[in-house]
Design a protein around this ligand. Sequence first.
Ligand code: G6P
Ligand code: ZN
Length: 565
Amino acid sequence: MSVKEIPTKPFDGQKPGTSGLRKRVKVFQQEHYTENFVQSIFDAIPLSGSTLVVGGDGRYYSPEAVQIILRIASANGVSKLLIGKDGILSTPAVSNIIRKYKANGGILLTASHNPGGPNADFGIKYNVENGGPAPENITEKIFARTKTISSYKVLEAPAVDISKLGDTTYGPLKVTIIDSVKDYLELLHTIFDFKLIKSFLESHKTSFKVLFDGLHGVTGPYAKAIILETLGLPASSVQNCEPSPDFGGGHPDPNLTYAHSLVDAVEKGRINFGAASDGDGDRNMIYGAGAFVTPSDSVAIIADWAEVIPYFNKKGGVKGLARSMPTSAAIDLVAKAKGLEYFEVPTGWKFFGNLMDAGRLSICGEESFGTGSDHIREKDGLWAVVAWLNIIAAANEQDKSGKLWGIREILNKHYAKYGRSFFSRYDYEEVPSEGAQKLVDHVNGLIKSSSFSGKSYESSATGISFTVAKAYNFDYTDPIDKSVSKNQGQVVTFSDGSRVVWRLSGTGSQGATVRMYVERYVSADAGERELSRDTGEGLQALIDVALDISNLKQFLGREQPTVIT
Ligand code: G6P
Ligand code: ZN
């Protein structure tokens, strides 16, 4: 076996975004493309002698990528790779394994919720030793290296069989093929009250139905281990739980548009508790018959009920709470009520990591269907699902009247206590970059203009008007390492406390994706009728005004958003 140095030339655009490098599979398949990026990781970060975890959501091109990593890692002096069986490891599972086995980092093969298959997306992401996504100073170093790379090193050896558990070697490199599910399942057992959940489900076999949809992503085997084996529910409680390289031709994103397989089944079967997770298992959606939980409400509710989850008791309570900037302020209200510290960070889970490492953050979430805690350094789809089951089981145990507590009852109780933040996001996917830039420039113009604040805008359809209070670009200084992230979204607030945010997606693989987030708060004393209104209805006037202010339809050439969540 010999190490060979292969000459190469830089490729343009190998810039890892919020969540790694994401491109079409065809792009990764170009000669030297994947190798260049992987070698750039090893050039940018000193990893000789290190232990790394490798795995992903099993999407198309993953097996090839694992072998490329094996060849390059070995030639670059890595000492050990822990690889998920068949290359399968969910993103939360990788985060846990890095932490549990004190690895130096991990390479995740996923494009998260983006579709997979020969004509869809692939991705490579690097996580650091705390188990979280690499911070910007590291991804910048990797990117810088991709621009100057002139060769990469490979060990020439036959491929490793990654379908067999156990130890092997690849030249000087030690390789262990690990069970994809075991460590993660053990972790969840240290967090939740599975006994309570199981006993609630057993005693409500006919009145409380559960359905988890894996959307053909990586969570299938994990969900089966938790929902079927641990909680003892029937096989009909999971669907689409066989991971497939192209996610069954679907779009593995748990939201109301793409997770229609779940939505349909929940409505048809009047399922009390439905949930789905994305391609790599870090996102989640909670959806029961007639009751959709926005991710912003979900994290607020989990925080509010945290004491029923043993992990947060054992560790001496919840330290702090946090959300990404575009996420609704529902969790802020919980933090205030509980006297907890809370943070507003830019979009991207990596921003929570420093706060967690510093012991100041326990529970956090993002509007982009991400919810999690400091048990790992990634958001965690199944963690959120089990958290909800734990809360529902506890609510039923607490109420001795025999009333059945489900998603709707928990939501109503929350709104009655804290009020409700109506929240919605409009996505305009793969629009021309020039149009998106024009929109950004236009809103920046408004932000700079002295006559913008105080100006009123009326929604012609509803006759309701909104007066601009403040407008700014969101900048963030990390309270721990003082690093500064500028221009993380354009925010306009109104005199009634409503808010609109525009932001360019950092995760698209083609063109630009513009996101518009709208939020309107209704206080608890508005009464049940106001609080239980349909989201679209509650927000219509604000959406009209937001479209008007930003001139969005004209700049993007789109009448309708691609997705509304
Ligand atoms: C990934 C990250 C999330 C982030 C999201 C933003 O899923 O893990 O933390 O919220 O991307 O995506 P966007 O497309 O809005 O940049
Ligand atoms: Zn994901």
